[in-house]
Write a protein that binds this ligand. Structure first.
Ligand code: ZN
Length: 152
């Protein structure tokens, strides 16, 4: 069964977007705001029910999210990440149905690869303009292994 792991939004003013969530809807008051200098992204992470929201603001004008906003002509929902039980099977099924894989713009890897929370892959095809990310969330053992390899 698929659930939504997170929805990632591209924003040009993270503080403004976050304060609107907080003031108008009453969510995001416990948001974690993280600077990721390597990816040149500032991200606010909070939950709305079981769904994690990620507000992403590029630190540079030519950053991943800034470029996306410029090309698209505005801020918006950048991608939705769905959890899958087995990413190999999920990708096989999707590809058998005609999907193709897309390079991860952070890692420059196409297909299944490790991210901090699980094995992920992006599809080249979107759903009504919304990019699809699939994630097999790590087991506690896999998470330990990921951290050990990265030295974190
Ligand atoms: Zn990646």
């Amino acid at each position: 069964m698929q659930t939504i792991k997170h929805m990632a939004f591209a924003v040009s003013d993270l503080d403004k977007a976050l304060s609107r969530y907080q003031q108008f809807i009453g969510v995001g008051k416990d948001a974690r705001v993280i600077d990721a200098p390597k990816a040149r992204v500032r991200v606010a992470i909070f939950n709305v029910g079981d769904v994690e929201y990620q507000l992403n603001q590029s630190m540079d004008p030519d950053g991943r999210f800034a470029k996306w906003i410029a090309e698209r002509g505005g801020e918006g929902l950048h991608h939705i990440c769905y959890t899958v039980e087995n990413i190999d099977e999920a990708l096989e099924t999707a590809q058998a149905a005609g999907a193709t894989l897309k390079e991860c713009s952070s890692c420059k890897v196409t297909g299944k690869h490790p991210h901090p929370e699980g094995f992920i892959a992006f599809l080249a095809e979107d759903t009504g303009g919304i990019e699809i990310e699939l994630m097999q969330v790590y087991t506690p053992e896999e998470l330990e292994q990921y951290k050990a390899v990265r030295g974190i």
